[in-house]
Design a protein around this ligand. Structure first.
Ligand code: ATP
Ligand code: MG
Length: 321
């Protein structure tokens, strides 16, 4: 069966025909294949193909309901996207500078840096920025499911664009071969998920291949390295930590840098932003609030969000006064 949607003839008039025509129009405009359209609508490919031709003999109403739901949710998300102004994607805050310097040190000196702290303080955003500006930076995000040695090595191999099959031992050897002499930096984000053994496996790659290593995550990342139940491997890893950056919460200067980037100048708004940025969730909570506040401001016909828009947005997102 061909995967091309534009081959289907124009459909007859009527609601059903309109729906078909609309589905085809959107698919063509967005270059969707039949497979993609099937995934998006949740309608099986064969049935969808027959329905698009107007030749489906089964329950047409059920397919139409699925297609209509897809078109409506697409419309709703487009509307929201149109209203939500883009947040400034990158602002070089004071905290970001200390993270950038720890990453660059780990890479240059083939050393280990640990960057840890509170939620929303800009760790991941800064790692991504560093990845944009330096060569051979591989960022792997650990999850509860990839906490142990095999899965995390697989993720690393995937990130390096390598085959992930074979034994754990082969995987490790292949990774080391691939990264040796690259002057690269391996970053493990959300490193608090890694088991002791998995952390030790990552340390071994750093040791054997002479590349930099950055462990990034919440407070647990560091306490794991210094905790009482340290294994020998942990002591080895800890003794290699050359640089440590703790971002317990966002600094006021970070918040103000973000607020400047949003062009928010009045004193009351800045003060309110400072108090939002000091809450748990830090710059994440602030960025979400400012996006919503900008939407409120646009709806109200104001240029930039004022203090009342920011206050409403914060409350709307469930923030406490
Ligand atoms: N330097 C920055 N420039 C612009 N926006 C930023 C910056 N740092 C953080 N933000 C905003 O704050 C949000 C949260 O930041 P980020 O995801 O980097 O935090 P994190 O420290 O990795 O948090 P977590 O510990 O929860 O993973 C980002 O999605 C972005 O909107
Ligand atoms: Mg993060």
């Amino acid at each position: 069966m061909s995967d091309n949607i534009s081959q289907f003839p124009t459909q007859p008039e009527g609601t059903e025909g309109d729906l078909r025509a609309e589905a085809q129009r959107v698919s063509e405009a967005e270059g969707l294949s039949l497979t993609e359209l099937s995934q998006l609508t949740g309608v099986h490919k064969t049935r969808l193909s027959q329905w698009l031709k107007g030749k489906y003999a089964g329950n047409n109403a059920s397919i139409e309901a699925d297609v209509r739901r897809w078109l409506e949710s697409r419309r709703a998300s487009q509307e929201l996207e149109g209203q939500l102004p883009a947040a400034p994607t990158w602002v070089e805050t004071l905290s970001a500078r200390s993270v950038l310097s720890a990453l660059s040190f780990a890479q240059m000196a083939e050393a280990v840096s640990v960057i840890y702290g509170g939620a929303g303080t800009g760790k991941t955003t800064t790692v991504r920025q560093y990845q944009e500006q330096a060569p051979n930076v591989w960022v792997v995000t650990a999850t509860p499911a990839s906490a142990s040695t095999g899965p995390i090595l697989k993720r690393i191999a995937q990130t390096l664009g390598m085959r992930t099959s074979g034994t754990v031992d082969q995987l490790e050897a292949n990774i080391i071969d691939r990264v040796r002499d690259t002057r690269g930096l391996l970053v493990i984000d959300e490193a608090q998920h890694l088991t002791h053994r998995a952390l030790d496996a990552v340390r071994s790659i750093h040791d054997a291949a002479d590349i930099g290593l950055a462990l990034v995550g919440n407070e647990i990342v560091y306490s794991q390295l210094t905790g009482g139940s340290r294994s020998v491997g942990f002591a080895q890893l800890f003794s290699r930590v050359a640089k440590r950056v703790r971002l317990a919460k966002a600094k006021d200067a970070d918040v103000l840098a973000l607020v400047d980037a949003w062009g928010i100048q009045d004193k009351d708004s800045r003060q309110l932003c400072l108090s939002i940025g000091r809450r748990p969730g830090a710059l994440r909570g602030l960025s979400q609030t400012l996006r919503l506040a900008s939407m409120f401001a646009t709806t109200a016909g104001a240029g930039r969000p004022g203090v009342e828009h920011i206050r409403d947005a914060w409350a709307d997102l469930g923030g406490e006064a």
